[in-house]
Ligand binder design. Structure first.
Ligand code: GLA
Length: 369
């Protein structure tokens, strides 16, 4: 840890944006990407902090050109990637793209193995700001060596690009990923279900020490608004990702999202926790009977706390000051971040009744002695 990590300032707080995969898989084209970028501006997503518009798998053409360069699919991305990047930049957004470290992408498109420097140059010439590099079809390859090569390729390409590693946590990337990239997946793909959400969440415990400015654990992209979970479950998903200092990549259809979804994705005081400049990831501090308390230290000395009810009933969940390293006698101001309401000052602790599969998210400030 600590040694040789990237400190290039490209991802001082966890990257925020949108990615095509969770909602659209490979059913994508330039019109969808353009309309999404426009919707990011119109809906206030951009102003809430979402900056990267990322095309995931499925943009590639069937083969490379005569020089060996990557090509976009002629029918679905006929205007070319450079044109798309320019339009996205004109909206004051940043542009991201996807490739795979192996011979083919996960969806079977052209992979980048052996073309790392060429593809990094190509991305730079297109105006790419962010690249996600997947790990399908890599048999016999080592993650550290291959992603290390990518890191060099990016450095020599002459354009700053955020590098997102996607080997699904197989080789403990939190131990070495910070030397080569800005974020790394910690687990298999998230699905739009409660089971998947809680499985992914459980994989994040104990990883908080590995994250910080320019190097983030990535528990995968958001499913908020994709229809498979309740509003309460999506609120829990979003709150916990913010507590974890996770990259916030919206994965829904921004063009048609209803107000409750937009309300979750753009909640300012919740996003402020994710984007806290100290960059300390939170962790589980207490669990009992399906009731969990997650906590995170913030730059101003306050604490963010998520009270999470995994049970099937509404339950009262307490946080005690001792759980978060404070003394019982401390007087602490409590603010509810979803309700945007002050709850008063308390000694010992605070408790709230949390609906099933929902959260109460708090910010706690210790009064001056
Ligand atoms: C893998 C990744 C996903 C997505 C798909 C694309 O499964 O983990 O996030 O990029 O590939 O095929």
């Amino acid at each position: 840890m600590g040694l040789g990590r990237l400190r290039d300032g490209l991802a001082p707080t966890p990257p925020m944006g949108w990615n095509s995969w969770n909602r659209f898989q490979t059913s994508i084209d330039e019109r969808l990407i353009r309309e999404t970028a426009e919707a990011m501006v119109e809906t206030g997503m951009r102003d809430a902090g979402y900056r990267y518009v990322v095309i995931d798998d499925g943009w590639e053409g069937p083969e490379r050109d005569g020089d060996g360069d990557l090509l976009s699919d002629r029918d679905r991305f006929g205007s070319g990637i450079a044109d798309l990047a320019r339009r996205i930049h004109d909206l004051d957004l940043r542009f991201g793209i996807y490739t795979d470290a192996g011979t083919k992408t996960c969806a079977g498109y052209v992979g980048s193995l052996g073309y790392e420097f060429r593809d990094a140059r190509r991305f730079a010439s297109w105006g790419v700001d962010y690249v996600k590099i997947d790990w399908c079809n890599t048999s016999g390859l080592g993650t550290r060596a291959v992603y290390g090569k990518w890191s060099q390729a990016f450095r020599s390409a002459g354009r700053p690009m955020v590098l997102s590693l996607c080997e699904w946590g197989r080789t403990r990337p939190w131990q070495w990923g910070g030397r080569v990239g800005h974020l790394w997946r910690t687990c298999w793909d998230i699905q739009d279900t409660w089971d998947s959400l809680t499985t992914v969440l459980d994989r994040q415990r104990g990883l908080s020490a590995y994250a910080g400015p320019d190097h983030w654990n990535d528990p995968d992209m958001l499913e908020v608004g994709n229809g498979g979970m309740s509003t309460a479950e999506y609120r829990a998903h979003f709150s916990l990702w913010c507590l974890l200092a996770a990259p916030l990549m919206a994965g829904n259809d921004i063009r048609t999202m209803p107000d409750d979804v937009k309300g979750i994705l753009t909640a300012p005081e919740v996003i402020a926790v994710d984007q806290d400049p100290l960059g300390l990831q939170g962790d589980l501090v207490r669990a009992e009977d399906g009731l969990e308390v997650w906590a995170r230290e913030l730059a101003d000395g306050s604490r963010a706390v998520v009270l999470f009810d995994r049970s099937a009933e509404p339950r009262e969940i307490p946080v005690r000051w001792a759980d978060i390293g404070w003394e019982a006698k401390d007087r602490v101001q409590v603010r509810d971040l979803w309700e945007r309401a002050d709850r008063g000052a308390f000694a010992e602790g605070f408790s709230a009744t949390v609906p099933s599969h929902d959260v109460v998210m708090l910010r706690l400030r210790r009064a001056e002695p």
